[in-house]
Design a protein around this ligand. Structure first.
Ligand code: HPA
Length: 239
């Protein structure tokens, strides 16, 4: 395949920076471009999946929506790594807490992801592969998050294929017992795509709701804690 791809309309790789921050929501990508970046140019609007490149404190960086779920987001992860020479994708998303001490607004950094997704079913025989992030980027994100004063947790996340589901209580309890911190819907795909292409991926989340305490963020708090996460991701982006 050549560029532009069926899903990204940028006509050359140099329209996209080496690091791309990816929220699920394309309007959140626009929010980052509008509020944090200078000298912004838009490189995509195919399917409304807005993508922008600009400068954060003089550092060239791109932001683009990924859509929700592994199938949507993996199309963009694979095309950015494979056809646009992107080195690093940092997913910035929201997640539902599965642990008592992981509170609303806390930051979670995914040291690995588990999933009921079938994308690996025929890849590794009977081996259950565990997708992991780039270690240097993980350490950098953790340090920076602490420096910024954020309550930060590192651990495994669940990348679920379903937002609405009938998960048996026992399965939920086992995931909790084995230390899964929170549930979101894309990071397993990001870590697989990054490993597939020998590139770097990292998933960072703001806790927007708690499956333990049945609470959810107010719109105002959500915006503030997302902004904290955006700053963190922009700080660790490399040119
Ligand atoms: N489930 C899946 N994805 C999510 C959730 C959730 O509860 N909260 C934020 N992203």
């Amino acid at each position: 395949m050549t560029i532009p791809t069926p899903h990204i309309s940028a006509t050359s790789a140099d329209q996209i920076a080496k690091t791309v921050l990816m929220p699920g929501d394309p309007l959140r990508a626009k929010f980052i471009a509008d509020n944090f970046l200078t000298d912004v140019s838009q490189f995509n609007e195919t399917r409304g999946m807005l993508g922008f490149t600009g400068y954060y404190n003089g550092k060239r960086v791109s932001v683009m929506g990924s859509g929700m779920g592994i199938p949507s987001s993996m199309i963009y992860f694979n095309e950015l790594f494979d056809f646009y020479d992107v080195d690093t994708i940092i997913r910035i998303g929201t997640a539902g807490s599965m642990q008592k001490d992981v509170k609303l607004h806390d930051i979670v950094i995914a040291t690995s992801a588990c999933s009921e997704s079938s994308i690996n079913d025929n890849l590794f025989g009977n081996v259950h592969f565990s997708p992991t992030p780039d270690f240097d980027l993980l350490i950098e994100a953790y340090q920076k998050s602490l420096d910024l004063g954020y309550r930060t947790h590192c651990g495994q996340v669940q990348s679920s294929d379903q937002f609405y589901n009938d998960m048996p209580d026992q399965v939920f309890e086992n995931l909790q017992k084995y230390g899964v911190l929170c549930v979101e819907m894309e990071t397993y795909g990001l870590y697989m795509a990054a490993r597939r292409h020998g590139k770097k991926g990292l998933g960072i989340f703001t806790i927007s709701d708690s499956l333990v305490e049945n609470t959810a963020d107010s719109a105002e708090d959500r915006q503030k804690s997302y902004t904290n996460m955006m700053k963190l991701a922009l700080e660790i982006a490399h040119e």
